[in-house]
Every structure is written in structure tokens, then in C-alpha cells.
Design a protein around this ligand. Structure first.
Ligand code: FAD
Length: 464
């Protein structure tokens, strides 16, 4: 149970300048930034190893104007990136906060490359929905697990202390309301008291807490949660106890393409490059180019709460650039067929209907007209035999609402005052997606993790 203790006589077993709660991308980035400022840093991670949703993710971080983009001759700007984010969230997110994240993520990526030898490149084979330029940055392995590993390797070269199997259960404040430290629990029940001049909440959101999901995102209370189970919502619970401002708790990232029942993410690049989604009746039900996040809700609204991604061999080759897709292939989640009739037979869909659906898409591609859902089909990217399909469902990936912070990532109260010594970053802070699922632009998750982690870690030095 997450609690807040007010104890002017708090005595600690160990003292650090900066305690970071959570060892995902946000926590590790914050730790590296705080260490660089000369602070003694402890990362407390509840699980037995560093992972978080970051390690489960595709590890794609959107950023504009980075050295990596320049190396690849990609023209982009903060203004374009901000416009894309605000367009997707229909101007419901706080513009100052969006600017903070967009500026911060460029600084963070360039700094991780220069100072910590973490190389990034930009995926330039296709555009993610809603992004007008190629700006998805990845480490060479193009996985979230490798991103965590590289951040952890960088941290291990510093004086940062990482303690796993250490779940923070309580924040401790003095009688002036200033952060003093925290209490944390080991798996055997032992309690440790940690003194800290500053605490950075990097413990993500509440996707792993069914009660909080039911309260704030009722439409996803029955849905598969595909994020890290350690994300239990302590940042929200502590924030509520402290009278902090919380915003957009109904916002979240969904995904409409998780292989079912295999539970493997199937890249949305397939949809952006010509693939379609049909329901078990063989009919399309949405514009797949609006975004994979809101597609979770559309897929869950179909019979059996599932759909089929329909694509072809050209798109299989694209998919194989992603580890998850390769895993889906080896797990036999992908059906293959020489003809559309054979494919329909394999996936149990009426072949006449599926054939008509593909013929309609080809006709829209030839005419250049938008279909009933508003999608335009590229005549160079129509589906051709041999065909492929995968059964998918919609899932909750992570929550986007959270603590409101200021320019230094300090946790704010509704009157604009701050809670002294307390910072939030990544999924613990309110994101840039606004109050609902359709506001999530691809990459908004790691955008907040890296940018706000970097800002929080640097700012924590001012508390000392
Ligand atoms: C399948 C999948 C794919 C995704 N792909 C992308 C992508 O390509 N690009 C993108 O931008 N976003 C993506 N996301 C979202 C992205 O993963 C998250 O937004 C991001 O990882 C959040 O980082 P974080 O550091 O805030 O949280 P996490 O990485 O979840 O780290 C939080 C850590 O805090 C720990 N913790 C929690 N509570 C406590 C406590 N009380 N004490 C100690 N430790 C605690 C947790 O165990 C966890 O390890 C994806 C998400 C999923 C699920």
C-alpha cells in the first residue's frame, strides 16, 4: 500500500542526495543526469532486474533535430513535431509541457550519444501514423530491452547505485512538507529507510493496477494489459495523498495489433505500408491510418474482440526488421497462403467477403479516392499474393495521465506551488496525449521518459 508519512524525527539506514523510484528508461536517464551533476544516486527497483515497460517496448523514441537525424539528412523541426503532437491530441495537452518534452528529448538523445556512447539511428523506411517526418530513434538492436541494457551499462560505469527487489512503499516528508526520504520493502518483508534530499518518481503509471484502470479507464477494464506488472500506480496514489495536481487520468496508449492468443506485438508498420484489418466477417471497420492506439478500442468492439491483420510477402519482409515480428513468425502466429481464398479458409473468414474487401481497397487505390473511413490507398502498395494474416486483439499498453510538473519536473499542486524535493518523469507524470486514447501519437511514452528523466535528473541538483 502506497502511503505518505510525515515524520520530523525520521532516521535513515542510508542517505543519498537523490532517490529514484523505478528503473525503466525514465529512471535510468534521470539517474545518469543526476550523477553528472555530482549527486549520489540510488535507483530503487521493485523487480529482480531492471526492465519496466521500457524493456517490453519497441524502444522507439521520437525526437526532432537530433544529431542522428542530421547524419541521415532528415529535415525536421521542433515546430513540426509539436504540431504533430498537438494535432493528434486535438490541442488538449498543455502546450508548455509538450514544448518541454520536445526540447528535452532532443537534448537527452544527443547527450546519451555523446556522454554515454549510446548510438541511435532513425527508422527511415516508413512513417508512423501522425508523424510528418522520420523521427523514431532506436538503438542498433531496435528493441526496448536493448535500450534498457544500454542505459544500465552506462549507469554501471558511474557511481550510481542500483538496488533491485526494493519496492518503495512510503514517501517520508518533514513537518514543512519537504521530502526527507522513503521507506522500502524487500521481498522477505524487511523495511529499509532511505534518506534523500530529492526523490524522482520514475515508477510509470497504473496500467498494472486493475482497480485504478477500472476507475479511470473503464473502457479498458476487461482488456489485456500488455505493459509491465510493476506499474501499480504509486505515483498517482502518493500524489493524491500529497494534494498534488493530477491530470488526464483517462488518457492512455492502447494498441490494436497484439497477436492473439500468442501475446506478441505485431508492428503497425504493416498497416502504414498497405496492410488492412478485417473482422471475423472479413470486413474492414476503421481507418487503420488514424493510429494504433485508438485501434485497440475499434478491435475490441469487433466480434470475439479480435480482428485479422491482412498483408503480403512484401510486408513480411518489412516486419522482419522487428524482433517481435520474427518471434510471431517462429511462434506460428502468421498464416500464409498463395490465394486470398486459401487465406480466408485458413483464418475461418468467408472467402467471398474477404476477396471483395481486397478488391474494394484496390479500387480505391486505383481511383485515388478516400474510402468510407477516410483512408487513401497507395496504388504502389496494394496487397499481392502470396498473402499473410495474423489474428490480433486490442490491449492497454500504458497510462498517459499523471502528476502535473513544472519546467524542472517538480511535482505541482493545483495552486501552482510545488512539493519541495519531489520530481516526476516518464509515465509517472502527465503525458502529452490529452484525456483519451486517440490523443496518443506514436512514441509519446518514451518521449516523456527520456525528456523528463533528463530534466528531472539535472534539476534535482538544485535541491542540494
Ligand atoms: C509492448 C509495448 C510497446 C511499446 N513501444 C513503445 C515505443 O516503441 N515507443 C514509445 O515511446 N513507447 C512505447 N511504449 C510505451 C513505453 O514503454 C513507456 O511509455 C515507457 O517505457 C515508460 O517508461 P518509464 O521509465 O516511465 O516506466 P517503466 O519502463 O515501466 O519503468 C518503471 C519502473 O518502475 C518500477 N516501479 C514501479 N513502482 C515501484 C515502486 N513502488 N518501487 C520501486 N520500483 C517501482 C517498475 O517495476 C518499473 O520497472 C510501449 C509499451 C508497451 C507495453
Amino acid at each position: 500500500m502506497a502511503s505518505v508519512i510525515r515524520d520530523p524525527n525520521f532516521t535513515a539506514d542510508v542517505d543519498v542526495d537523490c532517490l529514484i523510484i523505478g528503473g525503466g528508461a525514465a529512471g535510468l536517464t534521470a539517474a545518469l543526469a543526476a550523477d553528472e551533476q555530482g549527486l549520489s544516486v540510488l535507483i530503487a527497483e521493485r523487480e529482480e532486474r531492471l526492465s519496466g515497460s521500457t524493456a517490453l517496448s519497441s524502444g522507439l523514441i521520437p525526437a526532432a533535430g537530433t544529431a542522428a537525424q542530421k547524419r541521415q539528412d532528415i529535415t525536421d523541426s521542433h515546430a513540426d513535431f509539436i504540431a504533430d503532437i498537438m494535432g493528434k491530441n486535438k490541442h488538449s495537452a498543455d502546450l508548455n509541457h509538450v514544448e518541454r518534452c520536445v526540447n528535452g528529448v532532443t537534448d537527452a538523445i544527443d547527450w546519451l550519444e555523446e556522454r554515454h556512447d549510446i548510438p541511435f539511428h532513425v527508422l527511415d523506411g516508413f512513417l508512423y501514423p501522425g508523424h510528418r517526418h522520420h523521427r523514431m530513434h532506436a538503438v542498433p538492436e531496435v528493441t526496448g530491452a536493448a535500450l534498457v541494457q544500454r542505459l544500465e551499462d552506462a549507469a554501471l560505469k558511474t557511481d550510481i547505485f542500483i538496488s533491485c527487489h526494493l519496492k518503495v512503499t512510503a514517501l517520508v516528508l518533514d513537518d514543512q512538507g519537504r521530502v526527507q526520504g522513503a521507506k522500502a520493502e524487500r521481498p522477505d518483508g524487511t523495511i529499509e529507510a532511505i534518506g534523500a534530499k530529492s526523490i524522482i518518481l520514475a515508477c510509470n503509471g497504473y496500467g498494472g493496477n486493475p482497480a485504478l484502470v477500472a476507475e479511470h479507464i473503464p473502457e479498458m477494464k476487461e482488456a489485456l494489459y500488455f505493459g509491465h506488472p510493476g506499474n501499480q500506480g504509486e505515483a498517482v496514489l502518493w500524489g493524491q495523498s500529497l494534494g498534488a495536481e493530477l491530470k488526464h487520468l483517462s488518457g492512455y496508449q492502447g494498441h490494436g495489433s497484439v497477436a492473439h492468443p500468442h501475446g506478441i506485438l505485431v508492428t503497425w508498420a504493416l498497416m502504414m505500408e498497405g496492410g488492412i484489418q478485417v473482422n471475423t466477417d472479413g470486413q474492414r471497420f476503421s481507418n487503420e491510418h488514424h493510429g494504433y492506439s485508438e485501434q485497440a478500442v475499434s478491435v475490441l468492439a469487433q466480434p470475439n474482440q479480435t480482428a485479422f491483420n491482412i498483408f503480403d510477402e512484401r510486408l513480411c519482409e518489412l516486419g522482419r526488421e522487428f524482433e517481435d515480428f520474427r518471434l510471431a513468425e517462429t511462434s506460428k502466429a502468421i498464416f500464409r497462403a498463395e490465394t486470398i481464398e486459401e487465406l480466408a479458409d485458413k483464418i475461418g473468414v468467408e472467402s467471398v467477403v474477404l476477396a471483395q474487401t481486397l478488391a474494394d481497397c484496390d479500387a480505391f487505390a486505383a481511383s485515388g479516392e478516400a474510402d468510407a473511413f477516410g483512408r487513401r490507398f497507395d496504388p504502389n502498395k496494394t496487397l499481392k499474393p502470396p498473402y499473410a494474416a495474423v489474428k490480433v486483439t486490442g490491449a492497454l499498453f500504458h497510462t498517459q495521465g499523471g502528476l502535473v510538473i513544472d519546467d524542472k519536473a517538480r511535482v505541482c499542486k493545483p495552486d501552482g506551488s510545488i512539493i519541495n524535493g519531489l520530481y516526476a518523469c516518464g509515465g509517472a507524470a502527465c503525458g502529452v496525449s490529452g484525456p483519451d486514447v486517440s490523443g496518443y501519437l506514436s512514441g509519446n511514452g518514451l518521449l516523456s521518459a527520456l525528456s523528463l528523466g533528463y530534466i528531472a535528473g539535472r534539476a534535482a541538483a538544485f535541491e542540494q
